[in-house]
Design a protein around this ligand. Sequence first.
Ligand SMILES: Cc1cc2nc3c(=O)[nH]c(=O)nc-3n(C[C@H](O)[C@H](O)[C@H](O)COP(=O)(O)OP(=O)(O)OC[C@H]3O[C@@H](n4cnc5c(N)ncnc54)[C@H](O)[C@@H]3O)c2cc1C
Length: 453
Amino acid sequence: MAEIKYEYTYDVVVLGAGTAGAAAAIAAADFGAKVLVVEQFGSAGGSGSLGLVTPLMSTGIKDRPQCSYIGNEIIERLYQLDASDGNKRAYFDPMMLSIVLEEMLHERGVTMLYHTMVTGVELEGGHITGIRVCNISGNGIVHATKRYIDATGDAVVCDFAGLPTLHGDEETHKNQPCSLRYMIGGVDVDAFWHYLAEMRSQAGLSSTSGDQTAPRPENFSDAVTSGERKRALKPVFLKAVEAGDLEEEDAIYWQFFTVPGRRDVLAFNCPEFFDIDDITNAEKQSFVQVQGKLRILRHLRFYRKYLPGFEHAYIAQISAMVGIREGRRAITEYIFTTEDAFAWRKFDDAVSQSNYPVDVHGRSLRNHALSRDENEPRKYYEIPFRSLIVKGVDNLLVAGRNLGAEFVAQSSVRIIPTCRSLGEAAGIAAALSTNDGWIVRAEMEKKGAEFAK
Ligand SMILES: Cc1cc2nc3c(=O)[nH]c(=O)nc-3n(C[C@H](O)[C@H](O)[C@H](O)COP(=O)(O)OP(=O)(O)OC[C@H]3O[C@@H](n4cnc5c(N)ncnc54)[C@H](O)[C@@H]3O)c2cc1C
C-alpha cells in the first residue's frame, strides 16, 4: 500500500461539502464537535454551487419551508448580499452560495480539506477506523472519534466500505436522467422578457403575457419540454431543429431561471441526458461532461440567432460537476418508501418534513403530486432519522440525496432544502453521539436541536 503521509483526528468527519455535507458540518460544530470536511473540489455547496443548481424547490411546509435553522440562515445571508430574491427567497446565485457557506463554516471553526478525494475506508469488524484520502500532499487517513458522515451524494463511503447500496429504479436499476447545467451572460433580460411575454400571449398562455408595458417580475423562468404541453418557445425550438441549427435532443428538455444579483445572466437546467443508465460510472460522467458542452455550444449559437436579447450572449459558466439527481443510495436502518411519501407518513424519529412532489424526469412520474389523505390534517410526509443510519457499520451516517430511500421516494426527498435539513440532523446527531450509540431525540431537543414536530 502507498505510504501514508498525514493523519488527522477530529470528533466528526464529513465526507463531501455539498448541500448536505456543509449543513452537517455547520450543525456538528454548532453542537460542540471538532469537525473536518473532506471535499474533492475547492468549494462548498456541491450540486447547489459548483453544479449551478438554482432555485430552491419548495417543501411546501407552510410555516417552516426550510425545515432547518441552517437553511434559514443561508437564505437570509444570501438575501443580505442581494443574491437571493426578495419574494420567496427561492431564487439564488449558486456562486454566492458557496461563499456564504464558506463564511459560515469558517465562523464555526470547521476545518476544510479541499482538493482531497476519498479513496478508501479502513474497517475493523463493523467499525470504521479511518477514511483513506488522497490530495496533492499524497495519501493520508482521517479519523473520527465520534462519527463519519457520508455526504458524497452517491454513497461513496458506503461503497468503499464494501457495503451493499441501492442504485436506480428498483426494476431497471437505471438512474434518473442527469444534466450539465450552465449560465449564459450578456443577456438583455428585459428585451428577452418582452419577447417571452409576446410569445406566451401568442400561445394563449396566461400571466402578464399580453401587457408589454408591465415591468418584468423580479424573477421568472420558462421551459420547453417534449410532449403535448403548450410551451411559449416550443415553435422556435422546432423551427431551429428543422433548419438544422439544433438537434432534436436539444429541444426535449430546456429550462431557464433568472439569477438574483446578476442582471444579465440566466441559469439553465439543461442539457439533460435521458439514456445514461449508470451515472456512477466515471466514463459515462466524462461522456456527459464532453457531450454536454457540445450541446451548450449549439444552444449558444441558437440563442444568438433566434432569441431577442441574446445578441451578445456568452457562456458565463458551465457546471464543474455532472448534475446527478440520483446515483447510489445507502442501505440504512429504515428505507424510506414511496408509500411513506404518498401516505404522508409520520415518524417518531422524524428529522425532516416535505410534500414536494415525486419528480422522476423522463417518466410520467415527473411532478406527480403526492396523494392527499383527506383525513390527515398535516399534509406532508416525514423522514425518519433511521434512514440516515447506515447498516453494517456502527459509526457511519449518511445525509443528502444518497439517504436510504426507494427510487421514487428519493425523487421527492432530493431537493436542496430537504438535503440541507437531513445534513443538519446528521451533524447534530453525530456531534451528540456517544460510544454506545445515539442519544435519544428528547435529549437532543434539550440540547437545542429543533426537529420536525
Ligand atoms: C440537474 C439538477 C437540477 C436540480 N434542480 C433542483 C432545483 O431546481 N431545486 C432544488 O431544490 N433541487 C434541485 N436538484 C436537486 C439538488 O440540487 C440535489 O439533490 C442536492 O443538492 C444534493 O445535495 P447532496 O449534498 O446530497 O449532494 P451534492 O450537493 O452533490 O454534494 C456531494 C458532495 O460530495 C463531494 N464528493 C463526491 N465524491 C467525493 C469523493 N470521492 N471525495 C471527496 N468529495 C466527494 C462532491 O464534490 C460534492 O461536493 C437538482 C439536481 C440536479 C442534478
